[in-house]
Ligand binder design. Sequence first.
Ligand code: ADP
Length: 264
Amino acid sequence: RGGQAEREVPFAKPGSLTRVYAVASGKGGVGKSSVTVNLAAAMVGQGLKVGVVDADIYGHSVPRMLGAEGKPTQVENMIMPPSALGVKVISIGMFTPGNTPVVWRGPMLHRALQQFLADVYWGDLDVLLLDLPPGTGDIAISVAQLVPNAEILVVTTPQQAAAEVAERAGTIAVETRQTIAGVIENMSGLPCPHCGEMVDVFGSGGGQRVADGLSAATGTKVPLLGSIPIDTRLREGGDTGRPVVVDAPDSPAAVALAAVAAKL
Ligand code: ADP
C-alpha cells in the first residue's frame, strides 16, 4: 500500500466482538495446523463466522488442509480472502510463487501479519484463528503487538521433550501479558483398531504438564482443553482437504476436536 499509513487492526480495537486465538507450539509436526483447521471447521458447524490466518511460514499448509483452492483477489485496496467449508482463509503461501521456501526475516513477517490482519476484508467474524510458526519466534511478539487481546492456544504432544518446548512457547505469552486460553494435547495415544486399547505412542501426560507449568507461570488456571488421539482419518482429511470434523465427525479425534471448539 505504498507510502500510505498502516491501517489499524480491526480486531485490536476496543469493543471488537471477534475472539482472536493464536495457535502456538514449541516445535513443528505436533499437529498445530491440523488442530487449527479442524477447530475452524468445527466452529463453522457450531454456527460461528470464522477466519484463519496461516502465518506458519515453514508449513503454510492451512489452505491445502481446508481444500481452499481459491486465490485472494483485490477489491479497491483490500484483499478478499478465499473461503472453503465456510472458513475464510489467508495464507503466506498464497503470496509466494510455487513452493519457494520462505526465508523472510522478522520485520517482513511482522509486515505480512499486519497486512493479513488489517488489509484483508474479513467482514464480521466471531472467531479468528492464527496459525503461528512453531517456536518462540518474532511472530509471537508481533501478534502481541498487533492484537494484544489475542488469546494463546498451546498445542503439544504427550511427550516430555515436546511438552517442555511447548511450555517455553507459552511463557512468551506471560512476558507479553497475553491470556493463555488453554492447552490442547494432540497425538494422545492410538486406539488399537482390534481391541480399542490405547497405545501411548508418544508417552502420556505432556498436555497436563504444560497446563500446570503455565498455570504456575501465570498465576491463573490454564486448562487442558482436550486430548486428541492419533487417528488415520485426521491425517487423511488433512491430505485431501476434508477435515475430519466434517468428513468423519463420529471418529474419536473429531469428537475430541469438536469438544475443544465448543469450549472456546
Ligand atoms: P504442525 O502444524 O504442528 O507442523 P501438522 O498439523 O502439519 O503439524 O501435522 C503434522 C502431520 O501429522 C500431518 O501429516 C498431520 O496429518 C499428522 N497429524 C497431526 N495430528 C494427528 C493425529 N491426531 N492423528 C494422526 N495424524 C496426525
